[in-house]
Design a protein around this ligand. Structure first.
Ligand SMILES: *Cc1c(COP(=O)(O)O)cnc(C)c1O
Length: 225
């Protein structure tokens, strides 16, 4: 399937999910996750109208970033090792994986201007997943106030691989409630308006629960290298 066809199908599903909960589908940003695919396939996505790209590893990010920068917003969505911060932090527009103070500290040291960050939350509690426990997030946000280069734009989570829709609603709902709590505090360094949640298999449910940024790889650009 070409990317344009995939995108058309995804947009139809986004419209349906938005309609169900009275949301404006235009407030949802589609991030094309290009980690599985070539530069050519990534260019195809851009030609189809995609403006936001996501990579989860430093190598893949740098390889694509070096060739694709014009009119593209770059999202770093994978966990970021502290020693790799210096290589990527001044190139990404959004970091989706802020999950520890040591990372915040390194960003503070290396960033030349403010970095838009999502705090990654491990809502489902699976060992395989990165992120803070929901109970730790509020205290973490308060500690971030001392890092002047970090701007908390929202929260991010990865849901478990499951067909259990109830569970997915629950996981995404927990992230939304947490976002609302932080947003209510009106911290200038943490407007926390966004929710980065929903991937190829669960983005419709994420949208029903308030996702503003969905991260789609396999169903959009494919999983072939
Ligand atoms: C790979 C990846 C995605 C996209 O996954 P698909 O299921 O292929 O849509 C989204 N978010 C993160 C953090 C990823 O690593």
């Amino acid at each position: 399937m070409d990317v344009a066809q995939n995108l058309a199908e995804i947009k139809t599903k986004i419209n349906e999910a938005s309609h169900k909960v009275n949301r404006d589908p235009n407030e949802i940003t589609i991030i094309a996750v290009t980690k599985y695919v070539t530069i050519e396939r990534t260019m195809e996505a851009i030609e189809a109208g995609i403006s936001d790209l996501g990579e989860n590893r430093q190598e893949g990010f740098l390889e694509k970033y070096d060739q694709i920068q014009d009119n593209v917003t770059w999202h770093f969505i994978g966990s970021l090792q502290t020693r790799k911060v210096k290589d990527v932090i001044n190139k990404v527009d959004y970091l989706h994986s802020l999950d520890r103070l040591s990372l915040a500290k390194e960003i503070e040291k290396r960033a030349s201007s403010t970095v838009n960050c999502f705090i990654q939350v491990n809502v489902s509690g699976e060992d395989s997943k990165h992120g803070l426990h929901p109970d730790e997030v509020m205290e973490f946000v308060e500690k971030i106030s001392q890092y002047t280069k970090i701007h908390i734009v929202g929260l991010m989570t990865m849901a478990p691989h499951t067909e259990d829709k109830e569970l997915l609603h629950q996981v995404f709902g927990i992230l939304r409630n947490l976002r609302d709590t932080i947003k209510e505090r009106n911290y200038p360094f943490a407007p926390c308006e966004y929710l980065s949640m929903g991937m190829s298999n669960d983005y419709d449910i994420a949208i029903e629960e308030g996702a503003t940024h969905i991260r789609i790889g396999s169903k959009l650009v494919g999983a072939n290298k």
